[in-house]
Design a protein around this ligand. Structure first.
Ligand code: PBG
Length: 331
């Protein structure tokens, strides 16, 4: 049997050179965002047990970490505060404000700082908003008013971008209006617009001490986060957030919702971020620790899938390795 009897697909796979020529996708470390946890309750950089090789930082250790990350080609960061004091209202944002000030004082515009905006690390019940008196409902209006105040404070401290992850209705419009009224019309908003209620946030909630359910009568986030069983809701949330002024939109988690990434990338022309979340990251890390898969190649494979699916921006706990790993890809 010769070539004429079958469709030869192997010529294009024959060696590294032709495989490189035939690629339809390239990864670029410039499209990555590195999350950082800033924890007010610690005095030195501390490992997060459930998130391999990821640490919680003090303000001082974050400055050192960012310096190292810049050397590795990563300049965009997503900041998560872990405040010492948890309450039900009148939250105290001074810690993250100081952190952003210090980071901007040291690095200026060589870094891009997106501040995750949510109340879950501040509330003593772990929900992303303010509760009613019976503690069985997350109040939308009250939460949005609080989030807008919070956004203004972090922007005044120097944040380049606000990243609301709470999933309340109307928060993008309210934050945009607050920022514009205060002459911060140049500050971008990256909306966690298609954020699903997910098992894969487990390690993150350990790190942020934000598991919902204590001191209240609602034990999950299903009344505000999107459902895996309702793709249309996630699409509509994203279209709505764009209408309200979101500059960048996001799908989160990433891999289980690749269909949503794909559909959005075909529908909208805004930058689209895929957040490969803590549980997704840690699944790879645990397999790699058990020598079942190769860590770097597994992350690269997932990142490539996210880009093929249509994401432009990747948020990953391994972002700081992106440049090094991408350089040594064997196609
Ligand atoms: C806060 C928030 C969460 C994540 C980012 N922002 C957790 C949650 O909604 O419970 C998850 C990130 C991750 O798992 O890596 N609202």
């Amino acid at each position: 049997m010769n070539d004429s009897y079958y469709n030869n697909r192997r010529r294009i796979r024959a060696n590294q050179h032709i495989r490189e020529l035939a690629t339809t996708i390239q990864l670029n470390h410039k499209e990555f965002i590195q999350p950082l946890f800033l924890d007010e309750t610690i005095s030195t950089q501390t490992v997060i047990d459930t998130l391999n090789e990821v640490n919680s930082d003090t303000i001082q250790s974050a400055l050192v970490q960012i310096e190292k990350d810049l050397e590795k080609g990563i300049s965009k960061f997503l900041l998560f505060p872990v405040p010492a004091k948890k309450s039900v209202s009148n939250f105290d944002y001074h810690f993250i404000i100081n952190a952003i000030r210090e980071i901007k004082k040291k690095f200026g515009n060589s870094v891009w700082i997106a501040a995750d905006l949510c109340l879950c690390a501040y509330t003593n019940h772990g929900h992303c908003g303010i509760l009613n008196a019976n503690r069985d409902k997350v109040l939308n209006t009250e939460s949005v008013i609080e989030l807008s105040k919070y956004a203004l404070q972090v922007v005044k401290a120097g944040a380049d971008c606000i990243a609301p992850s709470d999933m309340m209705d109307g928060r993008i419009g309210a934050i945009r209006e607050t920022l514009n009224e205060n002459q911060f019309d140049d500050i971008s908003i990256m909306s966690y617009s298609a954020k699903f209620s997910s098992q894969f946030y487990g390690p993150f909630r350990d790190a942020c001490k934000s598991t919902p359910g204590n001191n209240c009568n609602i034990h999950d986030r299903r009344t505000y986060q999107a459902s895996a069983f309702n793709k249309n809701d996630a699409i509509l949330s994203t279209l709505r957030d764009i209408e309200e002024g979101a500059d960048i939109v996001m799908v989160k988690p990433a891999l289980p919702y690749l269909d949503v990434i794909h559909e959005l990338s075909n529908t909208i022309k805004h930058p689209l971020a895929a957040y490969h979340v803590s549980g997704e990251y840690q699944s790879i890390e645990l397999l790699a620790q058990n020598n079942i898969i190769e860590r770097d190649k597994a992350h690269i494979e997932v990142w490539t899938a996210l880009k093929r699916g249509g994401a432009n921006i990747i948020i990953s706990y391994a972002a700081r390795h992106a440049k090094e790993w991408i350089e040594k890809i064997e196609y």
